[in-house]
Ligand binder design. Structure first.
Ligand SMILES: Cc1cc2nc3c(=O)[nH]c(=O)nc-3n(C[C@H](O)[C@H](O)[C@H](O)COP(=O)(O)OP(=O)(O)OC[C@H]3O[C@@H](n4cnc5c(N)ncnc54)[C@H](O)[C@@H]3O)c2cc1C
Length: 391
């Protein structure tokens, strides 16, 4: 339970406790299986057979569509409460989320047509459909405005050609939000369009699966004369970049909460271990070197949680949170990487094995400093906007 739980209403506190208990009872027992898969070089994920009963349990407990609007059968939870939910979920390395994955939901909520809402968003919000987003390309990741995948109008169709890379969650996706250039002169300023592409659309190929750190997988995709009708344009032609950025902001806040969850678990493991391990006749917990790791971790976790909740509260008020979301992402990922690393160090050789969840956590933290924008790009943006305030 977060230390700010007192700020939440009774009903919200009960929900967070329910999530906490779901994580401890349903997910944590699966950690050994996930660690064994990663150690074997396999994808560190759940099989469909393992996921089905968890999804059924979620339904039974009402743990789905938490931030979907009430008119679409969701609970309409505020971002602040969602942050506490994500914090709890990421205390475990078992990769499971309460459906749906929020960022694409928010992009669909913002720009989908009434027909698209009915066809894609509603089943997605209910957890009956999955999706992913394809932005990055071999020569354009941190600077997505340089993407080359091209959508050209031919008659009443769009013809799409190009290549995407590093895309997550592709095999299970029923539809892909595909970003393509519709006007190369305008690019991010009116020349990039979002499309909804359904699985099985002719011309779309999953070229290869790419093994990443921590048993994660991403995918390289090709689009060869893919033909889409106007109904597959998501939002306004040429205006795809801004809703895509908004979607990234939702994920960045969520990542901040995830970092708090992972770092809290690492701190808890470190505290338990150092109080029972003795070297040179003294408990590790009594060494100042170790105490400082613990003090720093506790302080920085607290600071990060406050940052995340402040950013979420601003988002709930409809403020522009792009800069604070960048701050959260940089600070939270560096905080969690340091905390997990100190926890690993405190365990000695055991901390270097694949028999503790710390190894997978550490590798996933490393990935988090790249996706949704590398740390250096976020620092560049924060500096640019800060300097602008004093120009
Ligand atoms: C696990 C994982 C999952 C991903 N999932 C998806 C997904 O689902 N969909 C999708 O579209 N993409 C996805 N990505 C891609 C991700 O968004 C890009 O990798 C990321 O934006 C960086 O792009 P890049 O790899 O091309 O690196 P580049 O843009 O080439 O940057 C390389 C490095 O250069 C440095 N750098 C770049 N710009 C600057 C600057 N302005 N100042 C200083 N240094 C700089 C940074 O250190 C950076 O790490 C995923 C990536 C990973 C690792």
């Amino acid at each position: 339970m977060t230390s700010l739980a007192a700020e939440f209403e009774e009903e919200q506190r009960m929900l967070i406790e329910l999530v906490q208990s779901f994580v401890e009872k349903e997910l944590m027992p699966l950690e050994k299986v996930i660690m064994a898969r990663e150690a074997n070089g396999e994808k560190a994920g759940l099989t469909a057979e393992e996921e089905a009963p968890l999804a059924a349990k979620c339904r039974e407990l009402g743990l789905f569509a938490l931030d979907a609007p009430e008119e679409f059968g969701g609970a309409g939870l505020q971002a602040t409460v969602m942050m506490a939910v994500h914090e709890q979920l990421k205390r475990t390395i078992v990769p499971f989320i309460f459906p749906p994955d929020s960022p694409n939901l928010h992009m669909l909520m913002a720009v989908a047509s009434p027909e698209q809402k009915q066809k894609y968003m509603e089943p997605y919000a209910r957890g009956e459909m999955k999706s992913c987003i394809a932005i990055s390309e071999p020569q354009a990741g941190g600077d997505p405005a340089q993407m080359r995948t091209r959508a050209v109008r031919e008659g009443n169709e769009w013809v799409i050609n190009g290549r995407k890379i590093w895309v997550s969650s592709v095999p299970s996706a029923d539809f892909i939000i595909l970003m393509a250039v519709t006007d190369p002169n305008l690019r991010a300023r009116g020349g990039i369009t979002a499309f909804i592409l359904e699985r099985g659309t002719p011309g779309f190929t999953i070229e290869r699966e790419i093994p990443m750190l921590g048993g994660t997988r991403t995918y390289e995709l090709t689009f060869d004369d893919v033909r889409l009708k106007d109904e597959q344009v998501l939002g306004v032609v040429g205006q795809g970049f801004a809703p895509m950025q908004k979607r990234l902001t939702v994920r960045r806040l969520e990542m901040g909460a995830s970092c708090v969850g992972m770092a809290s678990r690492a701190l808890e493991m470190m505290c338990e271990h150092v109080q029972q391990r003795e070297t040179f006749g003294t408990r590790l917990a009594d060494r100042q070197a170790i105490q400082w790791w613990i003090a720093d971790a506790a302080t920085k976790i607290h600071a990060t949680r406050l940052m995340v909740l402040d950013a979420a509260a601003r988002q709930d008020r409809g403020e522009d949170v792009r800069t604070v979301a960048s701050m959260v992402k940089v600070f939270a990922t560096e905080m969690a990487q340091e905390t997990i690393d100190h926890a690993m160090q405190s365990f000695g050789a055991m901390g270097m094995t694949r028999e503790l969840p710390l190894a997978i956590m550490s590798q996933r933290m490393r990935l988090m400093q790249i996706y949704e924008g590398p740390t250096e790009v976020h620092r560049m943006v924060i500096a640019r906007r800060t300097l602008g305030n004093y120009a």
